[in-house]
Design a protein around this ligand. Structure first.
Ligand code: 3PG
Length: 311
């Protein structure tokens, strides 16, 4: 018999797998809770520019408090760090607000079906903007991804153009965010958790003036009064839950991005969408047709083939 610690390398590889598995499971669970509360809020209070600002504000506040109380160690950053973070924050802001606008117009499941097409955007951006080339099987895997998303979109019972475009814009923006942020995190001493905290703070500063310009306090006040009278004080807890869970799931996803490649990250992200699609259809009693589900299944299968082809 071999002693248990005969092969420390194998042991640490196994420990790493367990750690990443734990991150993934936590990330997906937090994301499901976020999506449910986010949609409950948007149904009662349809102001996605404000709710997306509040999620960034809550995350920023949570991190500033954690740093001040030394629950978490504040990062040491310089001007170059913030300069490099700027394009990431612009992409994060656009991707976040676009997804939230989308979810205010269509079912959560539909937004996430379209968002499961993100790997296709990643390949197209890398190919046409960064000049990277891929082996043929990678391009072929885009056929089921794009075809499946298209089938799901045309058979969607409550199709809405803003909802569709919001999810598409979010896909494009997040591809840029992931490319830039993995670059920005490489070789830097800032941890994934603190990197995401700085990203929230900068995105909050970018988003706030736009949220005021697009929606603004007058609309919010009227909408809030209506939401309070329709739902009661519980609406406050729903807003708090969507904001806190938004920060937590993103924080955990950035903590795992510290440890894995962007490719593994995007596969984990697509798998996450399956749990969101299924749970939101059940919770919100979303009407779906079999062919609609078939489209989603083909798209997700395409992502799986893509990951195989890319390896
Ligand atoms: C958001 O509001 O930022 C979106 O719901 C994010 O979507 P994702 O993190 O699931 O890509």
């Amino acid at each position: 018999d071999q002693p248990i610690d005969a092969n420390p390398e194998a042991r640490s590889a196994a420990a790493q797998k367990v750690k990443i598995g734990f991150y993934f499971a936590t990330w997906w669970a937090l994301n499901v809770v976020f999506n449910i509360y986010n949609k409950k809020v948007l149904n009662a209070f349809p102001y996605p520019w404000l709710t997306s600002t509040l999620s960034l504000a809550t995350g920023s506040l949570m991190m500033l408090i954690s740093w001040a109380t030394r629950i978490a160690e504040a990062p040491k950053t310089d001007f170059d760090f913030w300069k490099a973070l700027f394009p990431v924050a612009v992409a994060h802001t656009i991707g976040h607000v676009a997804a939230t606008v989308s979810m205010s117009k269509v079912a959560v499941s539909f937004t996430h079906i379209i968002k499961s097409g993100e790997p296709a955007f990643s390949v197209l951006v890398s190919r046409f903007l960064l000049g990277e080339t891929f082996p043929m099987p990678v391009y072929l895997s885009l056929v089921p991804i794009i075809g499946g998303c298209a089938l799901a979109a045309v058979t969607e019972l409550n199709f809405n153009m803003i909802g569709f475009m919001g999810a598409m814009i979010s896909n494009l923006a997040f591809v840029f965010r992931n490319i830039f942020s993995k670059r920005g995190m490489k070789g830097k001493s800032v941890s994934g958790m603190n990197y995401y905290a700085c990203l929230s703070i900068m995105s909050l500063l970018i988003l706030t003036p736009f949220a005021i310009a697009v929606e603004g306090p007058q609309m919010w006040a009227a909408g809030w009064e209506k939401a309070l009278s329709d739902i009661g004080p519980n609406i406050i807890w729903w807003v708090a839950a969507q904001s806190v869970f938004y920060h937590l799931y993103n924080q955990v996803s950035y903590m795992s991005l510290d440890e894995i490649s962007p490719l593994t990250f995007s596969i984990g992200n697509t798998m996450k969408r399956i749990s969101v699609i299924v749970s939101s259809i059940i919770i919100f009693h979303t009407p779906v047709q079999p062919v609609n589900i078939l489209g989603a299944a083909i798209a997700v299968l395409g992502t799986f083939l893509y990951s195989q082809a890319k390896q």
